[in-house]
Write a protein that binds this ligand. Structure first.
Ligand code: TYD
Length: 135
């Protein structure tokens, strides 16, 4: 199974004096079909989320409110993305280690996922992740 690159994807933004609107359609704005949505909120100051990779799940993360940082590690290099607008998101391919940190007060991370939840899809041990990457 190949792996695509992580990337920031700008979303459509319908600017309107009544308030702006953005949207996501599977395949059209993001490169997968959506099986699941979840969101992370009420994160206490200083807490971190993530700390794992997925064997097959791909995700797209949008900061619907506030801001946070996503640090991606493809096994070779780390890249930090500051998420602070609701008109772009970060596409995360499979087999990419992620940490999410530096959440602002009342921030809201909205995540679209390509698979149903499966605990077996998680790699939570960093050394195991590195071994799997090098295979
Ligand atoms: P986890 O993915 O580890 O959180 P994060 O990476 O955002 O820090 O999930 C935390 C807990 O929630 C874990 O016990 C699994 C559960 N969970 C579900 O039951 N369904 C889901 O869709 C997700 C994302 C998590």
């Amino acid at each position: 199974m190949g792996r695509s690159e992580a990337k920031i994807i700008n979303l459509p933004k319908i600017v309107d004096s009544r308030g702006n609107l953005s949207f996501i359609e599977e395949i059209n704005q993001i490169p997968f079909k959506i099986k699941r949505c979840y969101w992370i909120y009420d994160v206490p100051g200083g807490e971190k989320r993530g700390g794992h990779a997925f064997r097959s799940n791909e995700e797209f993360i949008v900061a619907l409110a506030g801001s946070f940082d996503i640090i991606l590690d493809d096994g070779y290099k780390k890249t930090k993305y500051n998420m602070n607008r609701s008109y772009y998101g970060l596409y995360i391919p499979r087999m990419c280690w992620r940490e999410i940190e530096n959440f602002s007060t009342n921030s809201l991370a909205f995540i679209l996922a390509s698979t149903f939840f499966s605990a077996d899809d998680y790699i939570r041990d960093y050394r195991q992740f590195k071994r799997n990457i090098q295979k």
